[in-house]
Design a protein around this ligand. Structure first.
Ligand code: FAD
Length: 280
């Protein structure tokens, strides 16, 4: 047998799923791209594995993308493929579509969910930096009730377990410009070695609310305030892209960053700014 025995639950509502979270040694199952691989590994290495697995697959509240005048709400069970193909997402937040395009392979994107990507606690997964750049908020449900937490605080808090991630809410902004860059690391899977999300608002040719977020593979994604200060309140025509490389603090936010990664962070920032200036 491939897996250690466990009890499988398939609740039909969020309330039922939250109730089941009280079971000892339980795990949430969304797309299964990480959890199932982990369960196989536990069996192979004779490690204690979860006794209760709670599938979120049949909970309608967790599905779909809703667009209102002011925001987009994405159900945690939305697959990366659905995200990539959503016209609402592409029109308002092309950064999400750009990031999804690079994630895994088509079969992985068909199964993997946004909720799983944000909560699996692998610090290198890519939607974390995108959500911080877009100033998204995450909605969780647990036996303690509902909790809304900004993506920035969630990852600053090491993606601590907050119960079931139910929704991701992103406020729409006029004149939002963004760019995504990543360098892949071809080992067993093509996970990113560095990824960068940049989102800025362009108000009368002046950049405001700049968010520059690096994930250098050493810990969770973090904002680079030095780069943000370099961009904020500048006239677009005054931004000297070549100077951007000297204006990142990627080396400060990530401990033990190699010279190569430090250099590449600067290069990625230059590329991202170049794309943003071209698109404006
Ligand atoms: C071959 C391969 C290549 C990949 N390449 C990339 C890549 O290039 N870039 C990248 O970013 N990612 C990559 N991934 C990771 C992929 O994005 C994640 O596997 C996926 O997003 C996890 O989602 P899932 O729905 O399958 O999670 P699952 O495997 O179902 O769940 C994983 C864990 O996340 C938690 N969880 C899931 N959903 C919720 C929820 N709603 N609320 C609370 N906790 C929850 C649970 O603890 C669960 O045990 C790759 C994965 C594979 C297998």
């Amino acid at each position: 047998m491939l897996l250690n025995p466990f009890t499988y639950y398939s609740p039909k509502s969020l309330a039922q799923a939250v109730e089941l979270l009280n079971k000892p040694n339980c795990k949430i199952l969304s797309g299964g791209t990480i959890l199932i691989a982990n369960l196989k590994m536990f069996k192979k290495r004779d490690i204690k594995s979860p006794e209760h697995v709670i599938s979120l697959r049949h909970i309608p509240e967790l599905k779909g993308i809703t667009s209102t005048k002011t925001s987009i709400e994405i159900g945690a069970m939305t697959t990366l493929d659905e995200l990539q193909k959503s016209q609402d997402v592409a029109n308002n937040f092309p950064l999400i579509k750009d990031a999804c395009t690079h994630i895994g392979t088509t079969p992985i994107r068909n199964m993997a969910t946004m909720g799983g990507n944000l909560t699996c606690r692998f610090s290198w997964t890519e939607l974390g930096s995108v959500m911080i750049a877009l100033n998204a908020v995450l909605k969780f449900s647990s036996s303690k009730g509902e909790k809304i937490i900004s993506a920035e605080n969630y990852f600053a808090n090491q993606a601590k377990d907050e119960g079931i991630l139910t929704k991701i809410i992103i406020t729409k902004k006029e004149n939002l410009l963004s760019a995504y860059r990543r360098i892949g690391k071809k080992t067993l899977i093509d996970k990113p070695s560095i990824s960068l999300s940049v989102a800025v608002e362009n108000c009368n040719d002046k950049l405001t609310n700049c968010r520059v977020v690096f994930n250098t593979g050493n810990g969770f994604a973090q904002r680079d305030t030095k780069a943000e200060n370099f961009l904020n309140e500048k006239k677009v025509k005054d931004i000297l892209i070549q100077q951007a490389a000297q204006n990142t603090s990627a080396d400060i936010i990530s401990k033990n960053l190699t010279d190569y990664k430090q250099h590449m962070c600067g290069e990625l920032l230059k590329q991202a700014l170049d794309e943003i200036m071209t698109c404006k």
